[in-house]
Design a binder for this molecule. Sequence first.
Ligand SMILES: [Zn+2]
Length: 81
Amino acid sequence: MTFIPRAICAKCGRALRPEQNGITVNAYAAHGPYYQIDADLYACPECKVEIIVGFADQPFHFAHDGPFSQYPNHKYVDVHL
Ligand SMILES: [Zn+2]
């Protein structure tokens, strides 16, 4: 099977590896909370830089429908769009 990387570290030239699948991005716009969307956390095995890729097609929750969910033992990353 041909290995095609999801992302490559531009600094190290290494393929980034999945660190944690199914994290939640809390997306904020200039006006405040916007939406929550599932994505995957990848990391460079060399320099440990972390990036978020593999976004779902659609957010699973919009802020105008209620506050962001915050389950314990689940990874959330706040992102300002
Ligand atoms: Zn790197």
